[in-house]
Design a protein around this ligand. Structure first.
Ligand code: NAD
Length: 477
């Protein structure tokens, strides 16, 4: 069932020129299901040359033609949702329903960027003199180097690919090595829609080797990265050294404030859903639960019951609600964070352990009394750990919410519009969602502040990142 995975360079599917490959593991079993090619310098040089050629051709294709081709790619993707979903569950572990939803929502992202690409307007600026015309023109920035992770193998890549393709750029994308099949299926939809060679080039390999080579390379004009803050800081400084603009979608440690007047059942349902979706491996995942002291016990009991009832298993089983973690390193991280929390006085309400020794399963975990100096309260957990804290007043809850250097997403539950306005204003966060989970749609901003990065990958501003402004002043003589 798992596809043969190739790279895509200059309009052709290929293996590594050096013949090197790595195994791909099914995280539900720990067993190898295929191999991923590992690019060498020759592959990267070919991808760069193709991107340069692809850019020269694609920038001159009208936005209407680009739009039509993107819409076709979206339609192709929709017809392949079932098979791509299976590929994703096999390589990434998430439940099949979640995996199928990903190419379906990616098709909506492609449609939206295609539409928005038709609105990259310039302007006419009133001139000081009669015979002068002053205009601004929006032009594609050029070949893009993009780096995308394994937690959403398609949805992290589709925003970068769509932003580049809609604006007339080309792109070299380094996809996720442990979940390459579904990312390649996304690229295949564009290839099958008739995208000219060189516009999208997909490579896999040793992440640091590829980024260190592509980012400084003179062909590359823009860098976009999704991943951890530590790596993002390194890549942003490398890009800065070479004067390349960057979009950085980095980690988070999202606070969730539940106020005394909140609908507790709604808060438990939505926050547990957001917490354990994709086994907690989501950058916007709620990861510090701040519950008003008057409803703390009731919230914690209900949340713990929901966590206990969560069916964990192979994502291919239709009963499964939470799959395995994506790779063995995540299990080690969860074990280290839980043991540090417990050593410092934290108490486990449920979970806290790896499940079995086959595959990378970890229990949905709820903790209380975890002190603020525990690693869990400071480092992005990126897994199914939910630490609960109580608070007395909203100011202290907001102070705790804003204590960390992260600022990606923040959640609040309240029935008071006054409190909703106060938390919306008070959170230091790129995104705030109140009484529902409304993040990640193509037409709304998606991005963080502080150590969570800069730039947005949603909403009209997402296209700005792939455009430059040219000012032309013309005197008629
Ligand atoms: P990791 O830091 O090894 O890798 C995270 C991602 O960055 C991977 O896709 C990896 O290929 C890429 N990467 C790592 N070093 C790179 C380099 N030098 N150049 C280019 N790309 C590089 O961590 P991991 O164990 O795979 O994932 C866990 C951590 O990654 C989490 O703590 C989380 O912060 C982060 N992460 C964030 C997102 C997100 O959506 N923001 C997604 C996945 C992972």
């Amino acid at each position: 069932m798992y596809p043969d995975v190739s790279m895509y360079i200059d309009g052709a599917w290929c293996k590594s020129a050096g013949g090197k490959s790595d195994p791909i593991l099914n995280p539900a079993t720990g067993e190898s299901i295929g191999t991923v090619p590992i690019a060498n310098r020759a592959d990267l040089d070919r991808a760069l040359a193709a991107a340069e050629k692809g850019f020269k051709a694609w920038r001159n294709v009208s936005t209407f033609e680009r739009y039509k081709l993107m819409r076709k790619a979206a339609e192709i993707l929709r017809t392949r949702v079932a098979e791509i979903g299976e590929t994703m569950t096999l390589e990434q572990g998430k439940p099949l329903a979640e995996a199928k939803a990903e190419p379906a929502s990616a098709a909506d992202v492609i449609d939206w960027f295609a539409e928005e690409g038709r609105r990259t307007y310039g302007s006419l600026i009133p001139a000081r003199f009669d015979n002068v015309t002053q205009t601004t023109i929006r032009e594609p920035i050029g070949p893009v180097a993009a780096f995308t992770p394994w937690n959403f193998p398609i949805n992290q890549a589709v925003r970068k690919i769509s932003g580049a393709v809609a604006t007339g750029c080309s792109i070299v994308i380094k996809g996720p090595e442990n979940t390459p099949g579904s990312c390649a299926a996304l690229v295949r939809a564009f290839a099958d829609a008739g995208l000219p060679p060189g516009v999208i080039n997909l490579v896999f390999g040793v992440p640091a080797e590829i980024s260190e080579y592509l980012i400084p390379h003179p062909i590359i004009r823009k860098v976009s990265f999704t991943g951890s803050t530590a790596v993002g800081k390194h890549l942003a400084s490398l890009a800065g050294l070479h004067m390349k603009p960057v979009t950085m979608e980095l980690g988070g440690h999202s606070p969730a404030i539940v106020c005394p007047d909140a609908d507790i059942d709604l808060a438990v349902k939505l926050l547990a859903g957001a917490k354990f979706r994709n086994a907690g491996q989501i950058c916007t995942n709620p990861s510090r639960f701040l519950i008003h002291e008057s409803i703390y016990n009731s919230f914690v009991e209900k949340f713990t019951a929901t966590a206990k009832a969560m069916k964990v298993g192979d994502g291919m089983d239709p009963e499964t609600r939470m799959g395995p973690l994506a790779h063995a390193r995540r299990i080690e991280s969860m074990e280290a964070l839980v043991s540090d929390a417990v050593k410092r006085g934290g108490k486990i309400k449920t979970g806290g352990k790896r499940i079995g020794n086959k595959g990378f399963f970890f229990e949905p975990t709820v903790l209380t009394d975890v002190p603020l100096d525990a690693r869990l309260m400071n480092e992005e957990p990126f897994g199914p750990l939910a630490p609960m804290m109580s608070y007395k007043d909203l100011d202290s809850a907001l102070a705790e919410a804003n204590r960390l250097r992260y600022g990606l997403a923040a959640y609040a539950f309240t029935n008071s519009s006054k409190t909703a306005a106060a938390v919306a204003a008070g959170f230091e966060s790129g995104m705030v969602t109140i009484n529902h989970h409304g993040l990640g749609l193509p037409e709304v901003p998606f991005g963080g502040v502080k150590d969570s990065g800069y730039g947005t990958e949603g909403g009209a501003a997402a296209l700005e990142a792939y455009l430059v402004t040219k000012f032309v002043t013309h005197a008629k003589i």
